[in-house]
Design a protein around this ligand. Structure first.
Ligand code: PLP
Length: 290
């Protein structure tokens, strides 16, 4: 069964999916993206992801490559054609193809690429044992709320984590407060049972999973605060976890060389993951998906 990508109006075999050498995404990282979880034939939180795409595009004065509802038709078609029950839908929009010149080109249509790749349902290993994170300086630009494809600091951070045999790198700002992970939001639960994550601002990506978790905390009467926390506070936390659309709630059991609590995934992180899985089942199944 061939894997299919969508590139600027055409469904093509993934092996033949190419963009132009003068695509501004390729030359300037002048583009934005979204990653949406396809879970058992359901697109999780599709509308908030498209709202965030809209915001990223507007912040960069970039046009939608097509209308929102047309894009949703393509999203369904690519899911249907790839026939994966569970995977990640990747959408990338760039300012288009134009002769290399920093300023915006005129009369150029935005370029779009969409792919789907299969992933295992959950990593039981990550869920049961938790993961380790390292902390590194946050060297990114000042508009981390825009989901830009310019991810070099994130790439370097994730590589530093891998080199240290950790799963993720949590970045800290000039004042020593954790901003977020290279591809996830960062959370702790204090000794008093308070769920804490950094408030949404230009400093972090407003994670769609982060937002869903805050709503679940409200619904489950878990007290939470959106505020800054330092590495030292995280070292002493009762629990820690990270969140993103690919892996939902992932327990963190080690930060740098410090073991968090008893070194096992915490009960609240586990409960939030369980609630998230229930939440995903509420989304409608895409017609024709597996
Ligand atoms: N922060 C960063 C830097 C990310 O790259 C991501 C996701 O890739 C997140 C946070 C989590 O966002 P979401 O829950 O929307 O996947």
């Amino acid at each position: 069964m061939p894997r299919i990508a969508y590139v600027n109006g055409a469904y093509v075999d993934h092996r033949d999916a190419v963009v132009h050498v003068e695509d501004r995404g390729y030359q300037f990282a002048d583009g934005v993206y979204e990653v949406i979880h396809l879970f058992r034939g359901r697109l999780i939180d599709e509308e908030p992801h498209l709202d965030r795409l809209d915001r990223s595009l507007r912040e960069l004065d970039m046009d939608w490559p097509m209308g929102r509802s047309a894009l949703q038709v393509v999203m369904r078609e690519i899911v249907r054609r790839n026939r994966y029950a569970t995977g990640l839908l990747y959408i990338q929009v760039t300012r288009g193809v134009a002769p290399r010149d920093h300023k915006f080109p005129s009369g150029v249509r935005s370029a779009i690429v969409m792919t789907v790749r299969p992933i295992p349902e959950f990593s039981e290993d990550m869920r049961e044992h938790g993961v380790g994170v390292i902390t590194i300086e946050d060297i990114r630009w000042a508009r981390r709320d825009i989901k830009s494809i310019s991810l070099l600091p994130n790439v370097l951070g994730k590589q530093a984590a891998a080199a240290a045999k950790a799963y993720e790198a949590w970045m800290y700002d000039d004042d020593g407060f954790i901003t977020e992970g290279t591809s996830s939001n960062a959370w702790i639960i204090t000794g008093e049972g308070m769920l804490v994550t950094r408030a949404a601002s230009h400093d972090i990506l407003r994670g769609i999973t982060r937002q869903a978790i805050l709503e679940m905390a409200r619904e489950l009467d878990i007290p939470f605060e959106e505020r800054e926390f330092t590495r030292e506070e995280a070292y002493g936390a009762r629990e820690a976890f990270l969140s993103n659309s690919s892996h939902f709630v992932t327990p963190v059991i080690r930060i740098d060389e410090r073991v968090i609590a008893n070194g096992k995934p915490g009960s609240l992180s586990t409960a939030l993951h369980g609630r998230y899985v229930e939440f995903m089942s509420d989304f409608p199944k895409i017609a024709g998906s597996r």
